[in-house]
Design a protein around this ligand. Structure first.
Ligand code: NAD
Ligand code: DAU
Length: 341
């Protein structure tokens, strides 16, 4: 492992800290890095829920409700912080197909505004991105994505994430902004919105509704527990080299039908108790991450390597937290029904 200089932030801004991965990251920082204060900047869209960070110590975590596109707000907020970790985004592919505009605004313009603020106030920046920027792989292709894979995004969502990655690279090279990028695979765990695959199927079963599988169910996703994503982002923020990209994954390739059958079996349902529904237009076939660089350079390793165990704990979390997901369920399913999904 090469020597890397350690950056020791004391006062960080976490954008999107009321969303799924951002809030898990805030919990991770509070639990593991006692000297660090977190300012969460979140617009509280349909995907943001302040409950996700409720109960954390007030002297460690402050919530500022606002938009990452708001230049005036950033001018007030950013000075005095030593880093921005940027999770905020419109994150759901199906929504981006129905209405791309908010994706362009938040994901592209929002990133631009944050980079400009980092430039003005000389603040370090970590950009949370996705493996979807690399497009997809064939099912029979032995290859996995690496940091050298050319960008080839397919959906409105992934093309806005790819655009934002390009801005980060340009702001580092041209203006010297101290920026790093991580491209991670599919996360699962607590606090994930019920629009996403695993929570949608788990809460469908809890509601007595049959789960819904797109296409032929053979699309492959590379699953990682969100706590492992959090530890990777922290390692990159504090020990990653500015200007570098790190791919984050946990060797978790599985096809959708296998994940769905695992959910049905863990919840005591027959494994064919689901509906086939209309496929997603442009549906990416397979994602797969080669995490060799982050392992080699930063010594990072995932801790949640038993998918069945992580899935069982996640199912249990949704069982125990119906009050958290119930308010979003009906509107989410109405949106899917209108799309034939
Ligand atoms: P999410 O949709 O659960 O949460 C997004 C959060 O951002 C919400 O709290 C929302 O209120 C906030 N937000 C949206 N627009 C905003 C704006 N204009 N200003 C301020 N806040 C705003 O998303 P997630 O699944 O937690 O994803 C977080 C990040 O991780 C995204 O950048 C996503 O691209 C990336 N990512 C997600 C996954 C995954 O599997 N979900 C995998 C890799 C990377
Ligand atoms: O790869 C990282 C990406 O993972 C992130 O960048 C995105 O923000 C995140 O949403 C996720 O994107 P996906 O499109 O892969 O996730 P989603 O949960 O929407 O779907 C996972 C797979 O399950 C995908 O192949 C579509 C399929 N699916 C999804 C839903 C909601 C179904 O078969 N049925 C469903 O009801």
């Amino acid at each position: 492992m090469p020597d890397t200089e350690t950056f020791e932030p004391e006062n960080i801004i976490v954008t999107g800290g009321c969303g799924f991965i951002g809030s898990n990251f805030v919990h991770h920082v509070v639990d593991n890095h006692p000297g660090v204060h977190v300012t969460v900047l979140d617009k509280l869209t349909y995907a943001g829920n302040p409950e996700n960070i409720a109960g954390l110590p007030e002297d460690r975590v402050e919530l500022v409700v606002g938009d990452v596109c708001d230049e005036g707000l950033l001018d007030e907020l950013v000075p005095g912080h030593d880093a921005i970790v940027h999770f905020a985004a419109e994150s759901h592919n199906d929504n981006s197909i129905a209405d791309p505009e908010p994706f362009v605004r938040t994901n592209v313009v929002g990133t631009y505004r944050l980079l400009e603020a980092c430039r003005r106030f000389d603040v370090r920046y970590h950009h949370v991105s996705t493996d979807e920027v690399y497009g997809d792989l064939a099912l029979d292709d032995p290859a996995r994505f690496t940091e050298e894979t050319p960008y080839r995004p397919s959906s409105p969502y992934s093309s806005t994430k790819a655009s934002s990655d390009m801005l980060v690279r340009a702001w580092h090279r041209t203006y010297g902004v101290r920026a790093t990028i991580s491209n991670c695979s599919n996360n699962y765990g607590p606090y994930q919105h019920v629009e996403k695959f695993i929570p949608r199927q788990v809460t469908n079963v809890l509601c007595g509704v049959r789960p819904k599988l797109y296409g032929d169910g053979r699309n492959v996703r590379d699953w990682i527990h969100t706590e492992d994503h959090s530890s990777a982002v922290w390692e990159i923020l504090t020990r990653g080299r500015a200007g570098e990209t790190y791919l984050v994954g946990a060797d978790g390739e599985r096809d959708n039908i296998d994940v769905l059958r695992a959910i049905l079996s863990a919840m005591g349902r027959p494994e064919d108790d689901f509906d086939w529904v209309r496929d997603r237009p442009g549906h990416d076939r397979r994602y797969a991450i080669d995490p060799a660089k982050i392992r080699r350079e930063l010594g990072w390793r995932p801790r949640h390597t038993d998918f069945a165990e992580g899935l069982a704990a996640t199912i249990e979390w949704y069982r125990e937290n119906e009050a958290w997901w119930r308010p979003a369920k009906e509107a989410t399913e109405a949106r899917y029904a209108a799309q034939g999904q």
